[in-house]
Design a protein around this ligand. Structure first.
Ligand SMILES: [Zn+2]
Length: 281
């Protein structure tokens, strides 16, 4: 349902990637507010997910695809990192952008989910294979450097799981507050299998950032292909509170670039507009 065409522009203009916006159900974000304990949420809320956004036909669309498109310019230095032709819109791409304005389809589920060989908690304990092996390696180095491994507290979450989690938070905190720490279904990076909420073993998400392991992870996860996706500095772009526990796998070369350039947000790196909200108004 998504296409991504790349073409060289004149001269050394870099790559132009045509981004096909989809109209999936609704949601990136987390399973727990910063103060919550690490258990699975009990869900009783009755809210339904957002209705799908109506497609806007575009004359540029191919006959079989994509109801609307935006053109995103990737900077030359980023384009040169893309030796694997990673898409920004294919949910199976390690560079995919999923945020409040860029959903994935309701039925998307990665086909290479595995349970990483490390301590996990709860039932959302899978990641895509490439992210799982990277997280295991990160955890092993943490064990050597800090004396503690990481725990995968929440990895892949299906659309239905995210629906239950989000609705539960809305029931508890109201929608406005829930939207600052929990993604609406279809807008969660966790649905890509590339996002990992990590903690100390038995620890909470909210406490992680203040632990030695949390600080070490923030400083070192880039060397294994992860970025800390939601920070104090990029809240106005992502629409989420800082989440030092939420790691997003983007691959080693992108994570190194992100680290070395002190990038503000993945949206900035890929030329996407800020997505602080769902744009209903
Ligand atoms: Zn998360």
């Amino acid at each position: 349902m998504l296409t991504c065409r790349k073409s060289r522009t004149a001269g050394w203009g870099g790559l132009t990637i045509l981004v096909a916006a989809t109209m999936a159900g609704c949601g990136v974000g987390d399973s727990q507010p910063p103060s919550a304990a690490a258990g699975q949420p009990v869900v009783t809320a009755s809210e339904t997910p957002q209705a799908p956004v109506a497609p806007t036909p575009s004359p540029e669309d191919s006959p079989t695809e994509t109801p609307s498109q935006d053109t995103v310019e990737i900077a030359d230095d980023v384009a040169t990192l893309n030796d694997e032709s990673n898409s920004l819109v294919d949910p199976m791409s390690i560079w995919v952008i999923v945020n409040k304005r860029n959903p994935v389809s309701q039925d998307f589920r990665p086909d290479d989910l595995v349970v990483p060989d490390m301590t996990t908690a709860g039932s959302n304990n899978q990641l895509r294979a490439v992210a799982a092996s990277a997280l295991v390696a990160l955890s092993q180095e943490a064990q050597e450097a800090v004396g503690q491994p990481l725990q995968l507290t929440s990895g892949f979450r299906s659309f239905d799981t995210q629906t239950r989690i989000y609705n539960n938070f809305v029931a508890q905190h109201g929608q406005e507050r829930a939207d600052t720490f929990s993604a609406r279904p279809g807008h969660s990076e966790h649905q890509t299998g590339l996002a990992a909420d990590v903690t100390t073993v038995g620890g909470t998400l909210g406490g992680f950032g203040d632990t030695e392991l949390g600080r070490w992870t923030t400083e070192n996860s880039w060397r294994y292909g992860f970025i800390v996706r939601y920070t104090e500095e990029n809240q106005h772009i992502t629409g989420y509170i800082p989440e030092p526990w939420h790691l997003r796998y983007v691959g080693e070369n992108m994570a190194e670039y992100y680290h070395n350039t002190n990038a503000l947000a993945l949206e900035n790196v890929f030329g996407f507009p800020p997505a602080p909200d769902y744009g209903e108004d």
